[in-house]
Design a protein around this ligand. Structure first.
Ligand code: ADP
Length: 491
């Protein structure tokens, strides 16, 4: 793994006020197999398909490992294992015993936090600071949080006699591989269900490490099965007749396909889909703080967040000053080796995603918006993208309406509250929004009128296991996190 550390941010960021010495995270302690089977019924097994595919590092373009490609028979084996475990073990186990397993998984994740963080950054491209400080601790916290609810469901939903659904098929994307696995698995187990989970094809490794942790936790075989593959594998999971519940996070297009597939069946479903969040900054705000929040909202994590603040609305009176400060701040962002602790922006997750982002940048230019990109020099190898700003955009621009999923921010100005609410809501999505103002009353006014599942006030991208998360409109339905996150796994 030593070749990971070639793209030093110091070298890649000529415009910083000073160059930082490289501070790459050590990779010697991580343990990865060359080839991973499918985690079915408590063991890693060879796929019936006999097929494997490579997962590579987006920051070096080097192959890291091979993972199995599950076909329909493999999916069937995983669902059967989950059903068997549900009927014979998990459903019958006293809830307080189930809670202990969930708690143990959380503890083991904490013990291996550093290894998980490094693998997340190598496989997915996100900066180590983020995987170390956000993804992994939050993932463990989700297991802790839901372990606490497992034996208290009757208090969570008094008078309702909550019962599990059965087997949950869970399909997750590449932007928060381990965290999404935790979001899905922890509430499902706490509610008494068993699980078949498929991570995304470009970032499967931390889910497979989680499978090892689950094995070590002594969780009864079959309660959690983790299988790898592409969209076809996901489709087979959705179509499987013995699945009771589908939980999907990913693109709106695939979400729609899944909904059509299960129409007429009695499978329950939650969908967490795309977003195009408005980050709204009023004139009364401390500008420097807002600039930091804007940067955090869209540029950290390469804009690979469905709730990223990808549309910026600035009130006219402060627009010039804020944009000037934002450009200055963008010029100091360090783009480069995800394993370097100085890196602010890591690699784009895959070549396909980088191509998509680049095509949107061209679209923005062709639509007539004014482009600004930070002055950083990108590493020669790997998939990297400069933080990009589009000024003078309007509601009709595609870069304003469509989800780009990259470090690209479309800026508009506004004069009145009514105008900005109208513009912010005039979009097919409704996942999240941000409001920056000194006035509490303005915050409450805005939160009641913005059609978004989450509204952050004077902060952005803050998550907590006890807070529900989810969308309106084409951003999907159902909530994850908190008590709300248990409901979709119960009848
Ligand atoms: P993204 O654009 O975020 O990669 P996708 O919706 O393409 O989102 O992928 C999210 C997850 O859905 C991945 O695990 C992917 O393999 C899976 N997937 C893709 N197509 C399908 C499908 N037709 N049915 C079920 N799952 C699918």
């Amino acid at each position: 793994m030593s070749k990971e550390n070639t793209n030093t941010p110091a070298a890649s960021n000529s415009s910083s006020t000073w160059a930082y010495a490289p501070a790459p995270e050590d990779t010697k302690h991580i343990r990865l197999q060359k080839q991973y089977g499918l985690f079915i019924n408590g063991a890693f097994v060879k796929p019936n398909s006999k097929k494997y595919f490579a997962t590579s590092s987006p920051s070096t373009e080097e192959k890291i490992a091979e993972v199995a490609e599950a076909n329909e028979k493999d999916v069937d084996a995983a669902v059967k294992a989950a059903r068997n475990a549900y009927n014979k073990t998990w459903k019958k186990m006293p809830a307080k015993e189930r809670a202990k397993y969930i708690f143990r998984i959380a503890r083991l994740m904490q013990e291996r936090a550093r290894e998980l963080a490094v693998i997340e950054s190598i496989d997915g491209g996100k900066p180590i600071r983020e995987s170390r400080d956000i993804d992994v601790p939050l993932a463990a916290n989700h297991f802790f949080y839901y372990a606490g609810w497992a034996d208290k469901l009757q208090y969570a939903f008094p008078g309702k006699n909550p019962q599990p659904l059965g087997v949950a098929a869970q399909i997750i994307p590449w932007n928060f591989p381990l965290l999404m696995a935790a979001w899905k698995i922890a509430p499902a187990l706490a509610a008494g269900n068993t699980v078949v989970l498929k991570p995304a094809e470009t970032s499967p490794l931390t889910a497979l490490k989680l499978a090892e942790i689950i094995q070590d936790s002594g969780l009864p075989p079959g309660v959690v099965n983790i299988i790898t593959g592409f969209g076809k594998t996901g489709a087979a999971m959705v179509q499987h007749p013995d699945v009771n519940k589908i939980a999907f996070t990913g693109s709106t297009d695939v979400g729609k396909i899944i909904q059509k597939t299960i129409a007429g069946s009695n499978k329950k479903i939650t969908l967490e889909l795309g977003g195009k969040a408005a980050n709204i900054v009023f004139e009364d705000v401390p500008i420097d703080q807002a600039v930091e929040g804007i940067v955090n909202g869209i540029f950290f994590n390469q804009g690979h967040v469905c709730c990223a603040g990808s549309r910026l609305f600035v009130q006219e009176g402060i627009a010039d000053e804020l944009i000037r400060k934002l450009k200055d701040r963008m010029n100091t962002l360090i783009v480069g080796n995800p394993l370097d602790k100085n890196t602010d922006i890591g690699a784009i997750n895959s070549k396909e995603q980088l191509d998509k982002i680049s095509s949107y940048i061209k679209i923005g230019v062709n639509e007539g918006a004014e482009i600004f990109q930070s002055a950083c020099v990108l590493p020669k190898k790997g998939y990297f993208c400069k933080p990009t700003l589009f000024l003078h955009t309007s509601q009709s621009h595609r870069i304003v309406q469509e989800e780009i999923f990259g470090p690209v921010l479309a800026v508009q100005t506004f004069r009145t509250i009514e105008e900005v609410i109208e513009k912010a809501n005039n979009i097919p999505y409704g996942l999240s929004a941000g409001v920056w103002t000194d006035k509490g009353s303005k915050i409450f006014n805005m939160t009641s009128k913005l059609r978004a599942g989450v509204v952050w006030a004077n902060t952005y991208n803050k998550f907590d296991p006890s807070s529900p998360f989810g969308g309106y409109k084409e951003s999907g339905f159902g909530r994850e996190g908190g008590l709300h996150g248990l409901m979709p796994y119960l009848q």
